[in-house]
Design a protein around this ligand. Structure first.
Ligand code: UGA
Length: 488
């Protein structure tokens, strides 16, 4: 779009737009606090009164580094307020950001759009002035155009005054880096449907534009697709390297070196090629499923079929950790039996029975570090499978225990790394929190029953740990039971 060269564009002389943010989860609460940080007056809206009460007291209801400080500052200054009353926001704000969730529908792969629909419909029915509605939630392509039509009809039927435009501005923030990603995004994508959105959003994002953040203004469909394309690509990258893990686990080879070597090719890049227990969270898994569901609705069943493989490879990683736990424990036990018997035939083959009653330490249950989010978490899934197979699982996560316990209350959650590893016959590192990456092999070794560890994220220095008497098996690496037997 063409830039204006006028010395003082009228828009710059106007008062700053007032912003509302509908939905105060990870996305909405972060967006609201960051917009206040940029100097705007902001009203956060949510249907959950308990959440609104906490936010209004300056408390973030989830773990996100840096967000509590921003929230407290701007709640105290009065620049950031919260309400459960969408009509209040409709009357007060010039720009309404929609940041409600679009979770996977229960029992289906498609996205549940009921929260987005409800948010837009209630705003459309209550706004009585010129305003802009800006969707940030991740939605299937075609949603924004449908919502723009909904806004038009609702308002025409009610005979409400004012022009209300709708734009789509997908969000690319990562949990754990949400504040940084919002204040200094690597790009801004704006899908537009009317003439006013661009000017208003350029004022909202003036600081990012001044810092030369790429600005991509486009149509609604492209904006919607950019978001799901990005997440589908990231998921594919992870499953790509994890598929190679299945080969290296079989024939030998070093999956980390393989990733480094291909990652040096700038066209490929090293990021998101970390082999391990795979991706989880509230975004990547549900977004690749929703995309497949959407293209099927469009009659393009084959188009995204590869994403079913991406999902499958990802879920197979969890099976692999459980299989590996069985193999490692069996080999360790075989070794002990052989040592006791000194000679004789090899004991029975590895079986899932070996898990029954075995003390296993699970380090990490969140889907990634620096988050308390356990949605679709590979780590929590593995912990639960081991428990279901009869293992005596002790789980420790620096921030995720409470959310995990709400989902799987029967697991034994403990308050420290030490308590988790006490007496463990096997330790599983499944989320790469810094505390686990930096743990001391001797201190941990003094507590466990066996110095056996599966590194589900390939973050430990295997050679260094071996020097301290540990057997560390990284996911994506070949497991040699004979080596364990020889060591036993
Ligand atoms: C993801 C995207 O990265 C964001 O850009 C996007 O805005 C967000 O989804 C969203 O749609 O809201 P997030 O879910 O916070 O962000 O997490 P990621 O950092 O992408 O990690 C996703 C999962 O992939 C984690 O479980 C992580 O452990 C796993 N992962 C990541 C790997 O297994 N290997 C890697 O190399 C990288």
């Amino acid at each position: 779009m063409t830039e204006t060269t006028a010395p003082a564009a009228p828009a710059e002389q106007e008062a700053a737009p007032r912003l509302s943010v509908i939905g105060t989860g990870y996305l909405g609460a972060t967006h609201a606090a960051c917009m206040a940080e940029l100097g705007f007056e902001v009203l956060g809206v949510d249907v959950d009164p308990a959440k609104i009460e906490r936010l209004a007291r300056g408390e973030v209801p989830f773990h996100e580094p840096g967000l509590p400080e921003l929230l407290r500052t701007h709640v105290a200054s009065g620049r950031l307020r919260f309400t459960t009353d969408v009509a209040e926001a409709a009357r007060w704000a010039d720009v309404h950001f929609i940041g409600v969730g679009t979770p996977q529908k229960v029992g289906e792969t498609a996205a549940d759009l009921s929260y987005v629909d409800a948010a837009v419909a209630s705003l459309a029915a209550a706004i009585d002035r010129d305003a802009l509605i800006v969707g940030k939630s991740t939605v299937p392509v075609g949603t924004a155009r449908r919502l723009a039509e909904l806004v038009r009809t609702v308002r025409a039927e009610a005979g409400l005054p004012g022009e209300v435009e709708l734009a789509w501005n997908p969000e690319f923030l990562r949990e754990g880096f949400a504040v940084r990603d919002t204040l200094t995004p690597d790009r801004l994508v704006i899908g537009m449907h009317g003439p006013r959105a661009e000017g208003i959003l350029r004022r909202v994002y003036a600081r990012q534009l001044a810092a030369d953040t790429p600005w991509i203004s486009t149509d609604l469909e492209t904006a919607e697709l950019v978001k799901v394309a990005a997440n589908a690509f990231l998921a594919t990258k992870i499953s790509f390297i994890n598929a190679f893990s299945e080969i290296t686990e079989n024939v030998g080879g070093d999956i980390g070196t393989l990733a480094d070597a291909i990652g040096h090719d700038a066209r490929i890049g090293r990021r998101f090629l970390n082999a391990g227990v795979g991706f989880g969270g509230g975004c990547l898994p549900k977004d690749i499923r929703a995309l497949q569901a959407r293209v099927s609705e469009l009659g393009l069943d084959r188009t995204m079929r590869f994403l079913a493989e991406v999902d499958d490879i990802n879920l197979r990683r969890r099976d692999r950790v459980v299989d590996l736990a069985v193999q490692v424990l069996s080999a360790a036990r075989d070794g002990r039996i052989r040592r006791a018997e000194a000679s004789g035939p090899a004991p029975t083959p590895a079986s899932v029975q070996v898990l029954n009653g075995t003390r296993i330490a699970v380090l990490g249950v969140t889907f990634k570090p620096d988050s308390d989010d356990v949605r679709d978490s590979p780590a929590l899934d593995v912990a639960n499978r081991l428990y279901t197979a009869g293992a005596d699982v002790r789980v420790y996560d620096p921030e995720g225990n409470a959310n995990a316990a709400a989902r799987f209350p029967r697991l034994d959650y403990v308050d420290s790394l030490e308590a988790a590893v006490d007496g463990a016959e096997l330790t599983l590192l499944l989320t790469e929190w810094r505390q686990f990456r930096e743990m001391d092999p001797d201190a941990v070794g003094a507590r466990v029953a066996s110095r056996l560890l599966i590194d589900g994220r390939n973050v430990l220095d295997v050679a260094a740990w071996r020097e301290h008497g540990w057997d560390v098996i990284g996911l994506g690496h070949r497991f040699d039971p004979e080596r364990l037997l020889r060591a036993a």
